[in-house]
Design a protein around this ligand. Structure first.
Ligand code: HEC
Length: 126
């Protein structure tokens, strides 16, 4: 949590002036080893359908800002729990405008450790 506070503080300092909410971009933050591993796994398994930079959809929605958006998707569900559900059971909630095209086999493809790393990485995409 200390790290998150520092990141938030440095982001605020970097912005200067009113926050620009137009295009969420991936901030260049220092990733922990687990988050960095998650980023590599994400590129390997998820990157073909999900961009992590900018807003362009590929097959699935872009992931810039997902950590913030995830919290708002299902009332009462935390960002962390929403991400887990989205990965293990993608059809449970469909992002408006997208079809149910995401594979639902990640529970067997990925180890628990890999899942945790991917989610830790996604939670850095504020
Ligand atoms: C074959 C393409 C494809 C692959 C590969 C894929 N996804 Fe998706 N994903 C989608 C589509 C399409 C949607 C939108 C429909 C839905 O909500 O399920 C989606 C939705 C999501 C959402 C919800 C996003 C939001 O804005 O609420 C998350 C989170 C997600 N994917 C994570 C992942 C992760 C993590 C991986 C890799 C382990 C992955 N996806 C691999 C196609 C894909």
């Amino acid at each position: 949590m200390v790290t998150l506070g520092l990141i938030a503080a440095s982001l605020l300092a970097a912005c200067g002036g009113p926050p620009d909410t137009s295009i969420p971009t991936t901030p260049t933050v220092e990733l922990s080893p687990q988050e960095a591993a998650g980023k590599r796994l994400f590129s390997q398994y998820c990157g073909a359908c999900h961009s992590i930079v900018g807003e362009a959809a590929i097959v699935g929605p872009a992931m810039a800002g997902i950590a913030t958006r995830a919290e708002t998707r299902i009332e009462g569900m935390s960002a962390h729990d929403y991400l887990i559900e989205s990965i293990l059971d993608p059809g449970a909630y469909l992002v408006p405008g997208f079809d149910n095209l995401m594979p639902s086999t990640w529970g067997t493809t990925l180890t628990g450790e890999e899942m945790d790393a991917i989610i830790a990485f996604m939670l850095t995409l504020k």
